[in-house]
Design a protein around this ligand. Structure first.
Ligand SMILES: *[C@@H]1O[C@H](CO)[C@@H](O)[C@H](O)[C@H]1NC(C)=O
Length: 383
């Protein structure tokens, strides 16, 4: 156990998480924030965005040069039904930004944002705050970007049909590996200056082993052997939270009736045994809320209501460590109680999560009455 949640620091995280998602590509690529080209409906707070724009201006001298492989559209915007413009494989993002599918897909939409950002950096009206610029000569590039929307490919095309042996997701990965092995850029560097998107934990399942030593953008290291992906060379980017920010939050400690909110599956195979034990320990507590299963269409609304009505959110090992729900809770000012001894959180090196999260060792949490008593005594001021 480290610290007790304070509301001020939760507000800080709330802003930080938002900033981190929206600016993930900034952290990853130090790329432009070319807000003109983005659909502002997808950006919940454009005011904050423009503040960032100003801040980024100061970084203008650290422009990262990115070479973008002209992969055929089937690897990227073709998956979004985006129409290439003229002879280019890319859509003209000044006039046409293909939308990213909603629901759980959005969690991994970093692949779209990064690509748009690189494309947008070329236009004369691109933001002056650019931190990335697309270069056409790969010898001048600092980084070689591989624009395969692998999460979308996994989400949409990983299931084969009875007549087709290989799923389109597998085929695209094979094609990608083949393509890369023939490229001058890859031969020259061996691939260690390549940046590859594999944000969905199950994306790139076939190709990942062949693409080392590229830098991956991942949501966690859970399914990778340490020689293929590790903290030395890769980037952990957060899931985009699904719940909107709790604007005009007039709630307070006393007006949130539920003490502890949990959403998810109770029975998980690996590492999730604590869930069952906690469920049996807590299920009869009257101010505890368990909501089962994953968020469906209706579920998001319920989760919003649930988190807004709760003081704390229970995050137990067993799901993907960086699951969007944790960020949903933060966006709802619902203080995370994390029971996961091995959790890796995005940007841990710059954000001190112990300032606004409570960490409880699994071995403590499953002691009878320990957790509930521990949380009950957290005072209003500390919350
Ligand atoms: C690409 O850049 C390198 C290094 O600056 C240069 O030697 C080469 O001539 C350039 N190639 C083209 C086609 O401009």
């Amino acid at each position: 156990m480290k610290e007790i949640v304070s509301r001020k620091s939760l507000l800080f995280l709330f802003i930080m998480t938002f900033v981190l998602f929206i600016m993930s590509w900034f952290f990853v690529l130090r790329s432009t924030s070319s807000s003109h080209f983005f659909d502002h409906k997808l950006l919940p707070n454009s005011k904050l965005f423009s503040t960032l724009d100003e801040k980024l201006l100061k970084h203008d001298e650290v422009v990262l040069k990115v070479f973008l492989y002209d992969l055929p559209p089937e690897f990227h915007f073709g998956l979004l039904d985006g129409k290439p413009s003229g002879n280019s494989v890319w859509p003209d993002v000044r006039t046409n930004i293909p939308g990213y599918p909603g629901g759980l897909n959005l969690q991994h939409s970093i692949e779209l944002w990064l690509s748009l950002d690189i494309l947008a950096s070329e236009f004369p009206q691109a933001s002056k705050a650019r931190t990335v610029i697309r270069v056409r000569n790969s010898s001048e590039a600092n980084i070689i970007f591989v624009p395969f929307f692998s999460s979308l490919s996994y989400n949409r095309y990983s299931k084969g049909s009875p007549h087709v042996k290989k799923s389109r997701n597998k085929i695209l990965q094979e094609k990608l590996v083949k393509y890369l092995t023939t490229q001058e850029e890859r031969k020259r560097s061996g691939g260690n200056d390549h940046l590859i998107l594999a944000h969905h934990p199950k994306s790139m399942l076939d190709a990942r082993m062949k693409l080392w030593p590229a830098t991956f953008i991942l949501s966690d290291f859970g399914r990778y052997p340490p020689n293929i992906a590790n903290v030395e060379k890769d980037v952990i980017a957060p899931y985009k939270h699904l719940i909107n920010f709790y604007v005009n939050d007039n709630s307070n400690f006393d007006s949130r009736p539920t003490l502890l909110y949990f959403q998810g599956a109770i029975y998980r195979k690996d590492g999730g045994l604590a869930r069952q034990e906690l469920f049996y320990l807590l299920k009869n507590e009257k101010d505890m809320h368990f909501s089962f299963g994953s968020i469906g269409k209706d579920g998001i609304k319920k989760a919003i209501e649930g988190m807004h009505a709760s003081k704390f959110y229970l995050n137990i090992a067993g799901d993907t460590p960086s699951l969007n729900r944790l960020f949903d809770a933060i966006a709802s000012y619902c203080g995370p109680v994390i029971i996961d001894d091995k959790i890796e959180l995005p940007y841990e090196d710059v954000i001190d999560y112990s300032e606004f999260c409570i960490f409880v060792y699994t071995s403590d949490a499953i002691k009878e009455n320990f957790l509930i008593n521990f949380i009950r005594v957290i005072a209003k001021e500390e919350w």
